[in-house]
Design a protein around this ligand. Structure first.
Ligand code: NAD
Length: 352
C-alpha cells in the first residue's frame, strides 16, 4: 500500500530535498510549510501537478490545521523539519526560535498524540513521529572526542537551546504518552537548494560576485559536513527501521576547519570559472569578528546508525563540495530569484 507522510518544513533546504526524494520513490507527501524567508516553493517546482505532493501553506503551531490534515490524510508518519534554523538569526532575534522550535513542536506533538490515540492497533503499530534535529544540542568539543547519543545536552546558542528543548519534548511524549517517536541529530548539511545565508552557498555566491568572503574569528572552528542527500537517506532508514524512542546521530566523518571549506570552494570555482583578472579567489577571504558564543568544534560518532541500521554516507566531502558548486553554477535562475526576493512573491497559497 502506498505510504503517506506528513512532512513539515518541506519547502526548506533539507525538507525540500527529502520531499523530492520521497515522492520520487513512490511516497505520497503532505507538505506543511509556513513559507518563512527560508521556505522556497521554487525548490519543489519539479512536483508541480504531481498528485502525490500536496502542499499546505501553514504553521506547525496551528493545532486545528494539523489535526485536520492528520484526520484527512491519515499519514503513517510525521517527519518534522520545520524550524528556524540559522544560528546568527537566533542571536539577533531569539523569539521566533522559541515560537517555532519549542512551541510549534509542542503543538505538533499534541496534534500527533490526539491522532495516535484514535488509531486502531494496526495503525498505532505503523505510526512514527520522526523529529529532525542537530548535533549543536551537544555544545562544543575540544580537540578530541565525538558526540555520541549519550553525550549530555549543553546547547550554547538560542538556536541550539530551542532545538534541545524540542528534542526533550519529543522524548517526553514517548515516555509519558507512548507516542512512537524517533529523533535524529545531524551535523552540518550542504548541497542543492540551500539558502545562501549558510556558509557554503554564501561563499560560492560571494566568490562568484567578486565580494569579500567573510570567515569568523581565526577560521579554525571545526564542523562535520554531510551531503544533504545522505542525511535524507539516513532519515528514511531511521523511519523504516529505527527503534522507537531512540535517538540516532548522523554525521559524515568529514571534519573540516571553516577556512579549509572556504579554500576548497575557492579552488573549485577557480578551476571552473576563473576570475577575469586571473587572481585566485582565496584573495577575497576576509576574517571578521567572531560570532558570540561560537562553538569551537563539533564531531559526530554515527556508529549506532551505521551498526544498527547499516547506513553509511555515500558522498565524500570532496565529491559533495564539487557537486554543490556545480549545482549552484547550473541553477542560476533559482539563485537569482532567491537573491532578488522574487521567490517569496509568488505561489504563496494554500492548496489543500
Ligand atoms: P531551513 O531553514 O532551510 O528550512 C526550514 C523550513 O521550515 C522552511 O521551509 C520554513 O518555511 C519552514 N518553517 C519555519 N517555521 C515554520 C513553522 N512554524 N511552521 C511550518 N513551517 C515552518 O532549514 P534546514 O536547514 O532545511 O533544516 C531543517 C531541519 O533540520 C531543522 O529542524 C534543523 O534544525 C535541522 N538540521 C539542519 C541542519 C543543517 O545543516 N541545515 C543540520 C542538522 C539539523
Amino acid at each position: 500500500m502506498m505510504q503517506t507522510w506528513l512532512v513539515t518544513g518541506g519547502a526548506g533546504f533539507i525538507g525540500g530535498n527529502f520531499v523530492l526524494d520521497a515522492v520520487a520513490s513512490g511516497v505520497r507527501v503532505v507538505n506543511l510549510d509556513a513559507l518563512t524567508y527560508a521556505g522556497n516553493r521554487d525548490t519543489l517546482s519539479a512536483l508541480e501537478g504531481n498528485p502525490n505532493h500536496v502542499f499546505v501553506h501553514g504553521d506547525i503551531g496551528d493545532h486545528a490545521l494539523v489535526a485536520r490534515l492528520l484526520a484527512e490524510h491519515r499519514p503513517q508518519a510525521i517527519v518534522n523539519f520545520a524550524a528556524e534554523s540559522h544560528v546568527d538569526r537566533s542571536i539577533d532575534g531569539p523569539a521566533a526560535f522559541v515560537q517555532t522550535n519549542v512551541v510549534g513542536t509542542f503543538q505538533l506533538l499534541e496534534a500527533a498524540r490526539a491522532h495516535f490515540k484514535g488509531l486502531d492497533a494496526a495503525g498505532q503499530a505503523a505510526f512514527r513521529f520522526l523529529h529532525v534535529s542537530t548535533d549543536e544540542v551537544y555544545g562544543s568539543l575540544g580537540d578530541e572526542g565525538k558526540f555520541t547519543e549519550e553525550t549530555p545536552y549543553a546547547p550554547n546558542s538560542p538556536y541550539s537551546a530551542s532545538k534541545a528543548a524540542s528534542d526533550h519534548l519529543v522524548r517526553a511524549y514517548h515516555h509519558t504518552y507512548g507516542l512512537p517517536v524517533l529523533t535524529t541529530n545531524c551535523s552540518n548539511n550542504y548541497g542543492p537548494f540551500q539558502f545562501p545565508e549558510k556558509l557554503i552557498p554564501l561563499v560560492i555566491l560571494k566568490a562568484l560576485a567578486g565580494e569579500p568572503l567573510p570567515v569568523y574569528g581565526d577560521g579554525r572552528n571545526v564542523r562535520d559536513w554531510l551531503y544533504v542527500k545522505d542525511h535524507c537517506a539516513a532519515i528514511r532508514r531511521v523511519l523504516e527501521a529505527g527503534r522507537v524512542g531512540e535517538t540516532y546521530n548522523v554525521g559524515g566523518d568529514a571534519e573540516r576547519q571553516n577556512i579549509e571549506v572556504v579554500k576548497t570552494l575557492c579552488a573549485l570555482l577557480d578551476a571552473r570559472r576563473p576570475r577575469a583578472d586571473g587572481l585566485p579567489r582565496e584573495s577575497q577571504i576576509t576574517f571578521v569578528k567572531d560570532r558570540p558564543g561560537h562553538d569551537r568544534r563539533y564531531a559526530i560518532d554515527a556508529s549506532k546508525l551505521q551498526n544498527e541500521l547499516g547506513w553509511r554516507p555515500t558522498v565524500s566531502f570532496e565529491q559533495g563540495m564539487a557537486a554543490t558548486v556545480d549545482w549552484y553554477l547550473a541553477h542560476e535562475a533559482w539563485v537569482k530569484r532567491v537573491l532578488d526576493g522574487s521567490y517569496r512573491l509568488e505561489r504563496i497559497g494554500q492548496e489543500a
